[in-house]
Design a protein around this ligand. Structure first.
Ligand code: ATP
Length: 299
């Protein structure tokens, strides 16, 4: 496989009429890593995921998945990928184990290996004791775990997760993070789209921040923070007029700022650069980078 990349996109463009959903995107996912595609609503994450599964065809650019060129060799690529959709499309009339069995057929797992494949998926999703329950009897978190496990029955080389924890409560999200982390430690290559900063920071080896269909930054979360937001931020609280004053002063001192409701964060305070204000010093973080680069507040 060229350069040991599981995914290689170069100059990819996808238009929907007058809207350019993906606008010259480059993306590389090395084998054995977890890459997080992070971006605000409408940044083009889902479109990128659809291009990778050949549900959409790019207007321009080169796409390779596991060494197969898309869309020409999408069948071969798809057979080796596991896809976790954003929306739950489990068959609620079937049991947990039956849902997995259907996918062993779809993915052509040899008959002699199906049982073991289902056991492994049940174990990963921690659903062994629910195997004979109908899916409509499961909690939301269990269904999500099954949705991920279902994508793994054929031991895919690459797993694509589209917003795996969108709309779930924090406890369920933590459970799913543990599951995704277990996959990572098994060496599965993962591409995960998300608009949760913490999710990307916790799970991804490298993050690609998307805005308006293109990559605005890519790298390890810690490196991105250092490069774009520096080491430290000063959070200054106060009434709007006071915040505006601090902002103006920071900008004239060549510093970047970010409004966070009742406070303004002054970024890039690496040492004594003369910006002395009452406030709370804190380490800069990926959220600062996200807001600086995309201009979007966190939802
Ligand atoms: P979200 O986090 O809200 O899912 P996203 O980053 O996944 O956002 P996309 O769904 O890829 O973003 O959308 C990118 C842009 O393309 C948006 O402006 C969207 O309205 C547009 N778009 C996506 N799919 C279609 C479609 N089938 N027809 C027309 N426009 C589309």
């Amino acid at each position: 496989m060229p350069g040991e990349l599981a995914i290689r996109l170069q100059g990819v463009v996808k238009r929907y009429g007058p809207i350019t959903a993906v606008d010259g995107l480059d993306l590389e996912v090395p084998i054995g890593t977890c890459v997080g595609l992070l971006g605000p609503n409408g940044a083009g994450k889902s479109t990128t995921m659809r291009l990778l599964t050949a549900q959409s065809i790019a207007d321009e650019g080169e796409l390779e998945v596991l060494g197969y060129a898309l869309p020409g060799e999408s069948k071969q690529a798809r057979a080796r990928c596991g896809v976790v959709p954003q929306l739950d499309n489990l068959d609620t009339t079937l049991t947990v184990a039956q849902n997995l069995l259907v996918f062993t057929h779809l993915y052509r797992v040899p008959r002699a290996e199906r049982r073991e494949a289902i056991e492994r998926a049940l174990e990963l999703a921690k659903l062994r004791d629910r195997r004979d329950d109908r899916v409509d009897k499961l909690s939301g978190g269990m269904r999500r775990r099954l949705l991920i496990a279902r994508a793994l029955v054929h031991r895919p080389q690459l797993v694509l997760l589209d917003e795996p924890t969108v709309g779930l409560d924090p406890q369920v999200r933590q459970e799913l993070w543990a599951l995704i982390d277990a996959l990572r430690s098994e060496g599965t290559t993962l591409l995960m789209s998300t608009h949760y900063i913490e999710e990307a920071q916790r799970l991804a080896d490298t993050v690609l921040i998307m805005s308006h269909g293109t990559a605005v930054a890519a790298g390890r979360p810690s490196e991105l923070v250092l490069e774009h937001a520096g080491r430290e931020a000063l959070e200054v609280y106060g009434p709007p007029a006071r915040l505006a004053e601090v902002e103006a002063e920071a900008v004239s001192a060549g510093l970047r700022t970010r409004r966070t409701g009742t406070s303004v964060a002054v970024l890039g305070l690496d040492g004594a650069n003369g910006f002395l204000h009452e406030g709370e010093r804190r380490p800069a973080n990926l959220e600062d980078v996200f807001v600086l680069l995309t201009g979007e507040e966190i939802s």
